[in-house]
Design a binder for this molecule. Structure first.
Ligand code: ADE
Ligand code: ZN
Ligand code: ZN
Length: 257
């Protein structure tokens, strides 16, 4: 009985802990970026992270979610605004959002008066948030919490639209993060890479938000998704992961070089 009670209490935690651009997605983004840092950025980052890789620290911002002391950081992972509008024109949340989060992290890292401890914390968060920025459902609609309230089936398993894009599509591909990162790194030339590093956080967010609109119209509530959905959207998932990686490198190089 006690076991059942514990299981029952733990279930909501287990399911919400999964509602995050899955670990693989974040690690791919970190792993790609790692290979495109300038010498100066690499040195500064290596020192702050005590030798750990960007891939390794990329999931830290999700790990602290289980600690109530960090609950004020929860709204920093996403922003919701009306489809067909731009972030710049949207009313902003007093609790912060992913854009304000990225700006805060950047400012802390650039400020020579910031403590080491603050720099380390905000660097880990920044690596994570540039990843989240490229998960289109982190730039979705507030009525359904970025797709979290849109229940679906993924093959024979219950899921929701948010989770399909956080992890179901990526996990389905069954490649490790290093393999995926290598693949996405080698399949683009320098000119294309420079191209997708153009612009800034506002552009990248509105681009994700436009993909979110397409994704919302790609499903009916309760639908069972499988092979054909993966076939249709694999390219978009991979392209977003690739952009996340190269843009993270750009953001870090701008801060540390
Ligand atoms: N909670 C509310 N909206 C969300 C979103 N877009 N992504 C993740 N969690 C959310
Ligand atoms: Zn998520
Ligand atoms: Zn996140």
């Amino acid at each position: 009985m006690r076991f059942l009670l514990i299981l029952f209490l733990a279930l909501p935690t287990i399911s919400s802990a999964n509602a995050i651009w899955g670990k693989t997605g974040h690690r791919v983004t970190g792993q790609i970026a790692e290979k495109h840092l300038t010498r100066k950025a690499k040195k500064a980052i290596n020192k702050l992270l005590d030798g750990h890789s960007l891939a390794f620290v990329s999931t830290y911002a999700d790990e602290i979610k289980s600690d109530r002391a960090y609950s004020s950081y929860s709204p920093w992972h996403y922003v919701n605004y009306a489809l067909g509008t731009r972030y710049q024109d949207a009313s902003k949340s007093e609790f912060g959002d992913i854009v304000m989060a990225i700006e805060t992290c950047t400012n802390v890292l650039k400020n020579p008066n910031s403590s080491q401890e603050d720099k380390i914390f905000h660097l880990k968060l920044l690596v994570h948030f540039i990843g989240d920025l490229h998960q289109p459902m982190h730039a979705g609609r507030s009525a359904d919490k970025g797709g979290n309230d849109i229940q679906l089936q993924w093959f024979d398993q219950g899921t929701n639209l948010h989770r399909v894009w956080d992890s179901n599509l990526i996990d389905y591909y069954n490649m490790g993060y290093v393999e995926l990162a290598n693949e996405l790194d080698r399949s683009i030339d320098k000119k294309e890479r420079k191209q997708l590093q153009q612009g800034g956080v506002y552009d990248w967010l509105d681009e994700s938000h436009e993909f979110a609109a397409t994704i919302y119209s790609s499903v009916e509530v309760g639908e069972k998704l499988g092979y054909s959905y993966a076939y249709e959207y694999n390219d978009l998932v991979f392209s977003q992961l690739q952009k996340g990686g190269f843009r993270l490198a750009k953001v870090l190089n701008d801060i540390f070089s």
